[in-house]
Design a protein around this ligand. Sequence first.
Ligand SMILES: Cc1cc2nc3c(=O)[nH]c(=O)nc-3n(C[C@H](O)[C@H](O)[C@H](O)COP(=O)(O)OP(=O)(O)OC[C@H]3O[C@@H](n4cnc5c(N)ncnc54)[C@H](O)[C@@H]3O)c2cc1C
Length: 378
Amino acid sequence: MDFDLTPEQLELKAMCRDFARDVIAPRAEEWNRAHRFPTDVFRQMGELGLCGPLVPEELGGSAIGMTGYVAAMEELGQGDQSLAAGWNAHCTIGTLPLLHHGSEEQKRRWVEPLARGEALGAFALTEPAGGSDVKGMETRIRYDGTEVVIDGRKTFISNAGTDISWGVVTLGRDPDGRYVSVAVPKDTPGYSQGDPYLKVGWHALDTREQIFDGVRVPADHIVGDPEMGLRAFLASLDAGRISIAALAVSLAKAALAESLAYARDRHAFGQPIAAFQGIQFKLARMASMIESARLLTYQAAFLYDAGRPYSKEAAIAKFLASETSTYCANEAVQIHGGYGYILDSKVARLYLDSKILEIGEGTNEIQQVVIARSLGLR
Ligand SMILES: Cc1cc2nc3c(=O)[nH]c(=O)nc-3n(C[C@H](O)[C@H](O)[C@H](O)COP(=O)(O)OP(=O)(O)OC[C@H]3O[C@@H](n4cnc5c(N)ncnc54)[C@H](O)[C@@H]3O)c2cc1C
């Protein structure tokens, strides 16, 4: 078994570490307070070749593979979780459905600008009546001559409301009960969005309701073959679970780094609190959980890149890495004492940003459903 990253992946990781430290981290507090997604920095990431990591070079991507992407996320996510969350949705659910199922024309029109970081990718699946029960979706698609008509609402949708958002790919059911995926450019009449949600964390991520009220687009905006079924379509989204696992690892690593530095600096009873075994055990447990979540995440990425089945491993990585991130964020606040509860502290932001990782991209209960199925349970 080879646990080493290639020289190219190490170089990419070092570049992302510098970018996170020099460009992202110094402004993270500002974006989070303003509840504004930093599209200028996202564009810079595009110039560095980071916005199409899973896209072939001929479509404007960098094709660094899932392992390279995870290595990049491990560093970028430590700079700011909101920016990394938007980048995560862009690279996976915001791009892959078009890349895997789109026509050549759709790839040229939408995937290329996404891969170059000139547009921000969004995918609208979740509905107000439920996200986990995907088959219960109520959005309706009908055909009218050369056009497709969409009626419905999607909720909690990220990346669709910024100045560089191009629109969304959404899913609904047609009169034959088939699940149909459609690209809806912004400015299409009947397509509108709600105000950004005020969230517990991920404050700089743009997340809104999407409203489709008799939206008409040409039939060539259908993405993929409606006959291929929901499972085939959603299979391409499993990649998002590896991405969320990597985001969680980056959060936990940031929580550990902040805690180590604080524990060495903060004194109580005449010594640094890091000298207390009670604090050392917390740090040791955090480090152990991070190492195991990290290995699970890289394992899932390795399988993805090798073209081997990875659904179970992605679910396990997402499940345990997100629990690791909430655990580590909670302990980081504890180690910081009262300062950890003040919103100006980085660990307070990590604490608020951590919970969603157990909910988004399939809740942790749904990950356990996937894992249980892999054990032959129905
Ligand atoms: C900040 C944010 C950003 C998001 N971005 C996007 C986006 O870009 N695109 C998008 O499509 N969606 C997005 N989502 C939606 C997210 O994916 C859903 O919230 C998530 O999948 C859960 O769906 P739900 O909220 O409807 O919860 P529900 O499905 O209603 O679940 C409620 C509870 O019931 C549990 N539950 C449901 N079914 C089962 C079961 N079979 N067994 C055991 N427990 C079960 C769940 O685990 C959960 O605890 C985002 C959400 C948030 C908060």
